[in-house]
Write a protein that binds this ligand. Structure first.
Ligand SMILES: Nc1nc2c(ncn2[C@@H]2O[C@H](COP(=O)(O)OP(=O)(O)OP(=O)(O)O)[C@@H](O)[C@H]2O)c(=O)[nH]1
Length: 523
């Protein structure tokens, strides 16, 4: 065969893609080979193949045989065989999932082991995927770069979803294998970003009418989430400007694939409730159910603000009255696969009721404060119950377990005594050796009594003591921290979403391993 004949033939290159499950390997291969992207996660069992022919500078054709290796193969017997003979390796991780980055050591170790005795080493690229989720990044770019420098890897940040730099990533590896140099223009050309489709909802009136709860609810939720994401890490101060920022904060955890205990509707503004689902009380299959269907997990959210309390009140009760939802909640709860508790307290009796229905004991650390004017929904609710006093709606006593610490601590504390606080004020407690201390200020306000609740340092599963406020459209919102004790939280472990920058949070995080046994199982 003459030289020219050989040149005109395609070069076959074996490229393997490895990395943790769900880091986006299949998506990258699909984006590269088929220009497509699927939102649905379908685990790759074993491996999959893709073929794509590309032309490199100098009219050099190459057929890339892409081996998409399932994330679960790590530790399996076949992995070394899959990697063997690869000329190119893409080490993929998800920039929003730190664990997937950490685990690259193992994947990389495997590549090194397989090639220990090879004369020709593969070209290896470190690929940080999902850069469309930059706002959720947990792996800093400099960590990525350091890993590249230390190990002589090519660095890439890509998004299989938007297509950003995906082609370039494969092209670069192929070019390096074949010793071809890409010039600046070629690199820029390959960096094409595929823009997401813009959906014009107003042109889809029929679809919305046919299935209003699903589509509109989803839209509302995503809107919250996006707003919160755009505003930076929860609960940064900017979050105050966001509609339902706190709510979005819960999504923050959900969409980061951290299972979160979830509650209520995720709806904060009565207007949004109405727009999304009709009036709160009318709900049957509520949005919780929707969340359960569509998200990897769901969240608990109680907005601590009287203006929306009525909405939450109606929604939470209606939602959880749906047996299916309650069962689903209990199912998830009982599975013990929850790692995060994200609860923003509103109305303690409501909270007590819901937790009670889940048989979880909750102890509040701070008392709720109310200062906002009563929302019409709340007024209606009060009138319906024949309560004509001013101030917050009365406690719904029948729902409470009067003997619970929560109940006792709040029974006569009057939630309307305190004036509105400065929106940036925080009263973080501290956590040391299983004991919670509240700052002097808290003592002065008579909040300290609450720290002594039984079980606090025993079966404490999680802790959240912080309070923040904000305003949106003239509405003040606030959340207060509390301690959850009991079986469920013990099972969950100490991971709590709260003010992650707060001293309490910092000191708490990672300090206390989940109890080995559930409290009830202890001798
Ligand atoms: N936002 C976003 N999501 C992505 C991106 N790439 C992949 N995903 C999503 O991440 C999930 C997992 O993607 P896969 O490509 O199936 O992950 P994988 O690494 O092949 O997983 P295994 O088959 O288990 O090894 C899917 O839901 C994808 O839609 C991306 O660039 N951006």
């Amino acid at each position: 065969m003459s030289d020219s004949e050989e040149d005109s033939q395609d070069r076959q290159l074996k490229i393997v893609i490895i990395g943790d499950g769900a880091s986006g390997k299949t998506s990258l291969a699909t984006r590269f080979a088929q220009e497509a992207f699927g939102k649905q996660y379908k685990q790759t069992i074993g491996l999959d193949f893709f073929l794509k022919r590309i032309t490199l500078p100098g009219n050099l054709n190459a057929t890339l045989q892409v081996w998409d290796i399932g994330g679960q193969t790590i530790g399996g017997k076949m992995l070394d065989k899959y990697i063997y003979g690869a000329q190119g390796v893409l080490l993929v991780y998800d920039i929003t999932n730190y664990q997937s980055f950490e685990n690259l050591e193992d994947w990389f170790g495997m590549v090194k082991k397989v090639n220990e005795e090879s004369e020709v080493q593969p070209v290896i690229s470190l690929v940080g995927n999902k850069i469309d989720l930059e706002h959720m990044r947990t792996v800093k770019a400099d960590k990525h770069q350091r890993f590249c420098q230390e190990n002589g890897l090519i660095s890439h940040f890509v998004s299989a979803k938007t297509g950003d730099s995906v082609f370039l990533c494969f092209q670069r590896v192929a070019a390096d294998i074949l010793g071809v140099k890409l010039n600046k223009a070629e690199i820029e050309q390959s960096q094409r970003v595929v823009k997401a489709d813009i959906v014009n909802y107003s042109q889809e009136p029929v679809a919305r009418t046919v299935n209003p709860p699903r589509s509109s609810m989803c839209a509302v939720h995503l809107q919250f989430a996006t707003a919160a994401f755009l505003s930076g890490p929860f609960p940064k101060r900017k979050e105050e400007k966001v509609v339902a920022g706190i709510n979005g904060g819960a999504y923050w955890s959900v969409l980061r694939r951290r299972p979160a205990v979830a509650f209520t509707s995720g709806v904060t503004m009565p207007a949004q409730v109405e727009r999304a689902q009709g009036t709160p009380g009318e709900r049957g299959a509520g949005p919780t159910e929707k969340l359960l269907r569509d998200l990897p997990s769901f969240f608990v959210f109680f907005c601590f603000k009287r203006t929306v309390k009525a909405a939450v009140y109606g929604v939470a009760r209606a939602a959880l009255r749906s047996a299916a939802e309650r069962d689903a909640l209990q199912h998830i709860w009982s599975q013990g696969n929850l790692t995060t508790v994200c609860v923003v307290v509103n109305w303690w009796c409501e909270l007590a009721w819901v937790f009670k229905s889940l048989r979880v004991e909750v102890t509040l650390m701070n008392r709720p404060r109310c200062g906002d004017s009563l929302h019409p929904c709340a007024k209606e609710e009060r009138e319906r119950r024949g309560d004509h006093r001013s101030g917050p709606p009365t406690v719904n006593k029948p729902l409470l377990d009067q003997s619970s610490p929560l109940s006792q601590s709040f029974h006569h504390r009057g939630v309307r005594t305190e004036k509105r606080q400065d929106s940036e004020e925080r009263l973080p407690g501290t956590w040391r050796d299983g004991t919670v201390s509240l700052p002097e200020e808290a003592e002065r306000r008579g909040l300290a009594g609450m720290r002594d609740h039984q079980g606090l340092d025993q079966d404490l599963g999680g802790l959240l003591v912080s309070r923040a406020g904000g305003g949106h459209r003239g509405v003040r919102k606030r959340w207060c921290g509390f301690v959850c004790t009991g079986q469920a939280l013990a099972a969950i472990g100490p991971s709590i979403i709260c003010d992650r920058a707060g001293p309490l949070s910092r000191s708490f995080r990672g300090r206390r391993p989940p109890p080995a046994a559930l409290p009830s199982e202890r001798p």
